[in-house]
Design a protein around this ligand. Sequence first.
Ligand code: SF4
Length: 402
Amino acid sequence: MQPRRVTRQLHVGSVAVGGDAPISVQSMTTTKTADVDGTLAQIYALAGAGCDIVRCTCNEEEAAEGLAQIVPRSPVPIVADIHFQYKLALAAIEAGVQALRLNPGNIRKADHIKTVAREARDRGLPIRIGVNAGSLDPDIAERHGGATPEALVASAVRELDYFREVDFDDVKISVKASNVTTMIDAYRLLAETVDYPLHLGVTEAGPPPAGIVKSTAGIGTLLAEGIGDTIRYSLTADPVEEAQAGRTLLESLGLRERKGVDLIACPSCGRAEIDVIAVANAAQHALQARNLPLQVAVMGCVVNGPGEARGADLGIAAGRGKGHLFVRGTVVRVVPEAEMVSALVDEAEKIVEEGIEARLAAADVNAEAIAAAEREQLVELRGTNVNHSDERIERIREIAQP
Ligand code: SF4
């Protein structure tokens, strides 16, 4: 392994990228972003699989409105993927995303690019310049005789120049190609040209196993040369497979630690009924000491918690002075708040001994009905707009108007 290349550092929400930050794993949701619950369920599944940052498409106004509701409830930072309409980048910023990805081949007007960069600069938001061999700006492709490594880097450099004109350099860059050798050469050239953090990926790698082999060849080669700060496998598969593959590559190269108990926790939002950080820390401590090989979720509210984390083996969600213990999204017991962590540990031990199906069969028959009644009460008490998403959606509608 070559020493890691020295890069600047930026922050995508709580996740540092570049510098001495751990190399992060990214993936992208395949749901419609306007489908808030479906997208959040996929984001939680990705977080559970070891994904650090999730990208969601922002391809229409409804997607931006969805982001306004997704971001406050996502356990990991969200990047909005923007392709053709710069106004959707502005709408995504308004929705509260932690970063943008712009494709220079698709948004080409200098004024539009600079407008987005200015807004990102003023809000302290990073942008990934996401060059893609398949959608390269035609004049650059023509000058270089196609989507060569030099052409991919030239596209990134031109976008950087626009950004610099408005004093914006909170940037990471990708130069992806589906041809592995082109991708490797493009990143090597880019690494010699700039000191920004690099996001590695082989684009459109296809379904596993070939897609995994191609991605590993490209990403793994560069990581071994010390190039790369964040990675994404682009597979024609469930995105959870992308996250698992990325995580496995980093672990096998000794670039990320292997995990024991896998604890995921919601970020807490206007709906939280408990101090999520304190409960998550207590649960992590207790579960780690017992080394139980489970994925466990700690969720701040019963209104959305069990649904958002339904992919977890086990979880606890907070109600009013109570905890709803759930197994694979089904509430199996309602316990006093003071017993949330001990009930979680107790259930985790039983799942390891008896299995998920047996614990679902042993569920308190009244638990789901009690839980449903409490969820209704909470929505009535706190309303539906606890994260002030409605106000953001109003502003998005103004911004996105033609
Ligand atoms: S408090 Fe509830 S709605 Fe908010 S992020 Fe946590 S589980 Fe989701």
